[in-house]
Design a protein around this ligand. Structure first.
Ligand code: AMP
Length: 183
């Protein structure tokens, strides 16, 4: 459909698994190997763009940090602007933020206040969805700014952790290119 030569299995083979990073028991799905492959990078952006194009978005919002890489390339492919959603304390202008609960403790995401106009249609992007906590928080932040989060897009889904179901329950149409087993 997207005119790319690589299959989803080819893309999966380009993602490297690093055991026990950043802590024991986590199988880190490393997309740097996919990003470094010219055909892989082109295919992943082409596939994401094919899914997002019908939404006719005004902006792509990417979640720090790997969501910036995919999100900025996707924004260029779609002809939209790009908005970064960052960890606390990184953005220079006036920010709005949302605190969210992690397995241990809490974290905070921020964006520039007023960067997305009221009613703007936004596609939210990150490299991977696990529990969905990060994407739910980013979606809440965008909605509090008056944006319509039309779609959430990920390169990778970890179905065992239920994140896509959590986003669907929050009314967010959600798509991912690749499923991987485990955590
Ligand atoms: P979650 O909020 O549980 O959906 O976690 C998603 C966020 O954590 C994304 O920003 C991912 O980049 C990162 N993440 C969670 N689990 C993994 C994993 N197994 N491999 C790589 N990144 C992960």
């Amino acid at each position: 459909m997207s005119g790319n030569d690589l299959t989803r299995d080819d893309l999966k083979a380009l993602v490297r698994a690093i055991p026990d990073f950043p802590k024991p028991g986590i199988q880190f799905r490393d997309i740097t190997t996919l990003l470094a492959d010219p055909a892989g990078l082109k295919a992943v952006i082409g596939e994401l763009a094919a899914i997002a194009r019908p939404v006719d978005a005004d902006f792509v919002a990417g979640i720090e940090a790997r969501g910036f890489i995919l999100g900025a390339a996707l924004a260029v492919a779609l002809g939209t602007g790009f908005v970064p959603i960052r960890k606390a304390g990184k953005l220079p202008g006036k920010t709005v933020g949302v605190d969210y609960v992690l397995e241990y403790g809490t974290d905070r995401l921020e964006m520039h206040d007023g960067q997305v106009p009221m009613g703007a249609r936004v596609v939210l992007v990150d490299d991977l969805i696990a529990t969905g906590g990060t994407a739910l928080a980013a979606g809440q932040l965008l909605r509090e700014q008056g944006a319509e989060v039309a779609m959430a897009l990920f390169a990778i889904n970890l179905p065992a952790l239920g994140g896509m179901k959590a986003l669907a329950a929050d009314g967010l149409p959600t798509f991912a290119l690749m499923d991987f087993d485990g955590h």
